[in-house]
Write a protein that binds this ligand. Structure first.
Ligand code: SF4
Length: 67
C-alpha cells in the first residue's frame, strides 16, 4: 500500500507537487498555501507519480512509502 505524508512545517506553498500530481495534492486557500494531500493512500499504480511529486518538492516536505 502506498502512503503519502506531508510535513506542514516544511511546506512553503510553492505548488510543485500540485503541478506534478494534481490528483494527489492540492493547496489550501492561503495565505501560506500549504499542501493538502487529496489521497493519502493512493493505488499502487500511482506510486511513480507520487514519487515524482515527492522529488519535486524543494523543501523536502513530502514522503512516500510503499508496503
Ligand atoms: S512542493 Fe513542497 S513546499 Fe511546495 S506546496 Fe508541495 S509540499 Fe509544499
Amino acid at each position: 500500500m502506498v502512503r503519502l505524508h506531508a510535513d506542514p512545517d516544511r511546506c512553503r506553498g510553492t505548488g510543485q507537487c500540485v503541478f506534478v500530481a494534481p490528483d494527489l495534492f492540492d493547496q489550501d486557500d492561503g495565505p501560506e498555501y500549504k499542501v493538502i494531500i487529496l489521497d493519502p493512500e493512493p493505488a499502487s499504480s500511482q506510486l511513480l507519480l507520487a514519487t515524482r511529486a515527492v522529488l519535486a518538492c524543494p523543501n523536502l516536505a513530502l514522503t512516500v512509502s510503499d508496503g
